[in-house]
Design a protein around this ligand. Structure first.
Ligand code: NAP
Length: 247
């Protein structure tokens, strides 16, 4: 395995499980030191960090609720103090918040926007105080920013379309600092949020051209590319990894 990210330090928000775990493992295999954040899954985050450290890599786990601005600021500062630098931010933490608009409570709206949009915006703002030349920001959006084949996804689509727009706007602002920012838009990926045999499978599966769910590892491999030096000319993009869901 190429150590293309040796010496680099990455933060993966929501790295405790699901797509974030796949991204974390791939970044560590490529030689990066990874700080995983989580809001609730302390044991899984600690176990993942331990398995990476036991395998000769380096990872730490830190509780940072992505929707809590003060915690985001303090937590990122603490990670940079501990690891000495920051090169890569992966905004992966997310929640689904699905339902017909009339059934979306204020609390569901606030939580979904708080994690999926505020979390991306404020984590990025705080990370940019530490990122320098060659820095990389990779947002995990969703193909549902562009295509949505089920009823009840308006709030989720609102947040993920916001991530894609934020990415484009920010790309123009930070390119002068040698920092890129991109969004990966996964299609259905087999995780606890969207199990391949879960409630959404029946309605989404017929729209997947390759006729299967994706894996967290298939998202992680693109993260490694975008985080590396070969991707210096890729910025402001929304890249679909969706098995042809939007085709
Ligand atoms: P998942 O299995 O539910 O995992 C979500 C991750 O986010 C967990 O690590 C969770 O950690 C963390 N998280 C949730 N709320 C958080 C908060 N307030 N602060 C910090 N971390 C928080 O979901 P997933 O499928 O891996 O999704 C990961 C990302 O991919 C999300 O942004 C999602 O919208 C996006 N996505 C997923 C799919 C799919 O089909 N699975 C498709 C397109 C896009 P805790 O357990 O500690 O809360």
């Amino acid at each position: 395995m190429s150590q293309s990210l040796a010496g680099r330090v990455a933060i993966v928000t929501g790295g405790s499980r699901g797509i974030g775990e796949g991204i974390t493992r791939r970044l560590a295999e490529a030689g990066a030191t990874v700080a995983i954040t989580y809001s609730a899954s302390v044991e899984r985050a600690e176990l993942l960090a331990k398995s990476i450290n036991d395998a000769g890599g380096r990872a730490i786990a830190t509780r940072i609720d992505a929707a809590d601005r003060a915690a985001v600021r303090a937590g990122i500062d603490e990670i940079v103090r501990t690891l000495g630098r920051l090169d890569i931010l992966v905004n992966n933490a997310g929640v689904i918040g699905a339902g017909p608009i009339g059934e979306i409570t204020d609390a569901t709206y606030d939580h979904t926007v708080g994690v999926n949009l505020d979390g991306v915006f404020f984590t990025t703002r705080e990370a940019l105080r530490h990122l320098g030349e060659g820095g990389r920001i990779i947002n995990i959006g969703s193909i549902n920013a562009d295509r949505i084949h089920f009823v009840g996804g308006s709030l989720y689509a609102l947040t993920k379309a916001g991530v894609a727009g934020f990415t484009r706007g920010l790309a123009r602002e930070i390119s002068s600092r040698g920092i890129t920012v991109n969004t990966i838009q996964p299609g259905p990926v087999d995780t606890e949020m969207n199990p391949a045999d879960g409630p959404y499978a029946g309605i989404t599966r017929p729209h997947i051209a390759v006729d299967r769910y994706g894996t967290a590892d298939e998202i992680g491999s693109l993260v490694v590319y975008l985080a590396g030096p070969d991707a210096a000319y890729v910025t402001g993009a929304a890249i679909n990894v969706d098995g042809g869901y939007a085709a």
